[in-house]
Design a binder for this molecule. Sequence first.
Ligand SMILES: [Zn+2]
Length: 208
Amino acid sequence: MELTLHQKIESAGHKVYGSVNRMWPEKLPILEKDEAERAYKRLIAKFGKKKVWSEYSNKWITEKKSVMRRRKRGTKTWKTRVRKCWLSLNGDTNSLSKGWRRLVHDVSHYVYYFRFPNNSQDHNIAQAKIEQEMAQFVIDSGWLDGKLKSKPKPKPTKDEKQTSKTKNLIKLIRSWERKETTAKTYIRKYRLKLKRLRPTMRLEDLII
Ligand SMILES: [Zn+2]
């Protein structure tokens, strides 16, 4: 049976997905949050680039995709968005729905939308190719061997602990000294205002 062009493209896409699936080793390691965040940022930095024509500078420029961030509740700090499904902290680390495979799949979609914003088709050969390149990059970079894991911090010595406590106390003292100065300034200012308003009145006479 003759395949239509669309079917041909689709089946080529499926072939790439098949090869992506076979690229991953049998047993994938767990993926922790710090590691997932680093992997996400580096994949976006590496693959999230495209050439666009700039009317302004009249030449082709490279546009870079940024990582998604969200504000930490109740604070002013922004945090990189790490999806829960990217983590696989135990047992079933091989499934498509979480861990390394899910992270690479999701990030390849983000990059695909960025590079081809007008293409509405979710899964096609271009997206599959990006996913394939990314999976290869992850494997080649040694990320599955723990290259992106956080190094355990060495325990601070007694001296270091003391120094950091001292620094903190000095910081607190300075901060309250500044407040003391401000308070004194305001007290002087309001006393003066009161004096102008009621020249003969003394603060001690005041009954509230
Ligand atoms: Zn998908």
